[in-house]
Design a protein around this ligand. Structure first.
Ligand code: ADE
Length: 275
């Protein structure tokens, strides 16, 4: 897969894309990352990429012309397997589901790094396929967000993680879990068991020593009973998810963002209240 990043700070990406799993994958030729300097598509002496907003207001906006020219030069033709994404604080929330979909369904991904003051709206309307945010907070520029997105898609490409299984058993992996286990109810008959596809957080993991400052590793993990270990891990993953991200298991039960933050009516409380 080829990743393109369009930015006014190309130097920024030296670190994130040179080290670690992604850096090694680039060196091994498993993927390509091309960082493009937006100023390359300016035509004035000052290489101007931004301008003041019509109607007044704070800050400067990225101008449309260099962005349109850049994307059209990088890809003279667009296709279903190429996607242009704009990073912005107001965007739809980027998720692991996007990473999975893009790592499978795209040949090329072009990420435009927005700026916190904004980007001329015609870019969102007529140039990009998607506008995404990496979380409900405001960054000073889209570069960090672009690095996050490229990293999270790149690591899912075949061969990038040494062991392909490590992408299957991690937080946000989709599992088919029997509803009764999910809801912590007693399993009655085995007939007609219903399963539900959920994204669970990873279960707690431990390494040596088996006891540290009096804190013991759960006994089941020390024995070699792999069926019991698998069962414990599933239950522990459900417990962790219910505690830290109840919305992943029962999205409909978290009434509003404010209620969830205030700790009222969370699905965790409802799980706790179950007989
Ligand atoms: N630019 C500024 N804030 C951002 C965010 N939260 N996600 C993506 N791009 C951004």
């Amino acid at each position: 897969m080829i990743f393109h990043v369009l930015t006014i700070f190309p130097e920024f990406f030296r670190g994130p894309f040179e080290f670690g799993v992604v850096g090694q994958a680039v060196k091994a030729g498993l993927l390509e990352i091309k960082v493009h300097d937006l100023r390359h598509w300016t035509h004035d002496r000052h290489r101007t990429v931004d301008d003041r907003p019509f109607g007044g207001g704070e800050g400067m906006l990225l101008k449309p012309e260099p962005l349109f020219d850049a994307v059209e030069a990088i890809w003279p033709e667009r296709s279903e397997r190429k996607k242009v994404v704009l990073t912005s604080a107001r965007g739809r929330r980027f998720s692991q589901a996007d990473s999975r979909e893009w790592s499978k369904g795209l040949d090329e991904l072009l990420v435009i790094c927005g700026r916190y003051e904004g980007v001329d709206e015609r870019v969102a309307e007529h140039l990009v396929d998607d506008e995404v945010s990496i979380g409900d907070y405001v960054l000073s520029g889209g570069e960090l967000a672009a690095a996050v997105i490229v990293d999270s898609v790149a690591r899912l490409l075949p061969g990038v993680l040494g062991n392909d299984d490590s992408a299957r058993n991690e937080s946000y992996s989709v599992l088919d879990v029997e509803r009764e286990i999910l809801e912590n109810r007693r399993i009655r008959g085995r007939k007609g068991k219903e399963t539900e596809a959920v994204e669970l957080l990873d279960c707690p993991q431990y390494t040596r020593p088996a006891e540290y400052r009096g804190w013991k590793v759960p006994e089941v993990l020390l024995g070699g009973n792999h069926a019991e270990i698998r069962k414990w891990r599933l239950r522990a993953a459900i417990e962790t998810t219910n505690r830290l991200r109840p919305d992943l298991i029962r999205p409909d039960k978290v009434e509003t963002v404010d209620e969830a933050r205030a700790g009222t009516k969370t699905s965790q409380q409802e799980v706790d209240e179950q007989p």
